[in-house]
Ligand binder design. Structure first.
Ligand code: HEC
Length: 263
């Protein structure tokens, strides 16, 4: 009788100890998982911002050189892939304090950032004849076209790991390839276009895309005065590119850089 009580007590204290250890392990593991998930989300946000930054930096160079590109008197415009990429890297460094070339090429960030830089080079290489054509003024090589071509190259070079698209509110879309998918349309209509949405703040969400789990980021972009020669008023009038103007105003939401990072 005495023996069995001792046995029971010993058993229950062992049981309690084991249970306690198990519980600690469980808490520890789940907080490790939560930490890892948070780290991956932070890493994804960094990668998305970095890709958007590089695209914008390169696109700004096209924009700054638009007059030169459109000049029928000049042949070689001096805008080789190397020139554009070097300048984009300089702006990236200035804006972020990070030299893109130092991002570890073996990391996901390094791989995708290099895919973006590769895409910029590809598009510049492929368009040298167009850009350098003498005797032709407007060549339709504008920032939006450059951005779309870079996005297409990037999708190929990123090999299913990520995608980037410059899209817009559905009623503003010019090129069918830029149409927002249902997720993008929902976020534009319920978040980014809202007057209360903090200007310039990206929207991000862990969701799925094309049936795969994905971290999606949408970076809003607004019309500047320079955009209105094509997207401004009077609404319906043809712009230089042959599209009817949208009647937009400065600071209206004009587009969105949409980035999908597949998990
Ligand atoms: C020279 C005229 C012109 C100017 C200036 C211009 N755009 Fe566009 N924009 C276009 C054309 C043409 C397209 C369609 C490009 C294509 O074929 O992909 C376009 C496409 C876009 C798109 C992609 C979605 C779509 O409609 O296909 C966005 C976003 C956009 N423009 C925003 C801007 C912003 C912001 C500015 C100013 C910083 C600007 N644009 C300046 C002519 C212009």
């Amino acid at each position: 009788m005495g023996d069995s009580r001792i046995l029971r007590r010993r058993f229950s204290s062992r049981y309690r100890l084991a249970f306690g250890l198990f519980w600690l392990l469980l808490v520890g593991m789940s907080s490790m998982v939560a930490f890892a998930q948070q780290k991956t989300a932070e890493e994804d946000a960094t990668i998305a911002q970095s890709l958007a930054e590089m695209l914008r930096d390169a696109r700004a160079i096209i924009s700054n050189n638009q007059g030169r590109i459109n000049d029928p008197e000049i042949g070689d415009k001096g805008l080789s892939a190397k020139v554009v990429l070097d300048q984009a890297v300089e702006t990236y460094k200035k804006d972020t304090g990070i030299d893109p070339m130092t991002v570890d090429p073996a990391s996901r960030h390094g791989r995708l950032l290099r895919a973006m830089m590769g895409a910029i080079s590809e598009v510049m290489d492929a368009n040298q004849t167009t850009i350098n054509a003498k005797g032709i003024g407007f060549k339709a090589f504008i920032p939006a076209v450059f951005g779309r071509l870079v996005a297409e190259s990037f999708a190929r070079l990123a090999n299913g790991e990520a995608e980037l698209k410059v899209t817009a509110p559905p009623e503003l879309v010019r090129n069918r390839k830029a149409r927002p998918d249902s997720f993008e349309e929902k976020i534009i209509k319920t978040k980014l276009i809202e007057p209360a949405w903090p200007r310039g703040q990206p929207y991000s969400e862990m969701t799925d895309a094309k049936g795969r789990p994905a971290y999606r980021v949408m970076v809003p972009e607004y019309y500047a005065a320079s955009c209105l020669t094509c997207h401004g008023t009077p609404k319906g009038e043809m712009d230089i590119t042959g599209y009817p103007k949208e009647g937009a105003k400065q600071d209206d939401l004009g587009g969105v850089i949409s980035i999908t990072l597949y998990r």
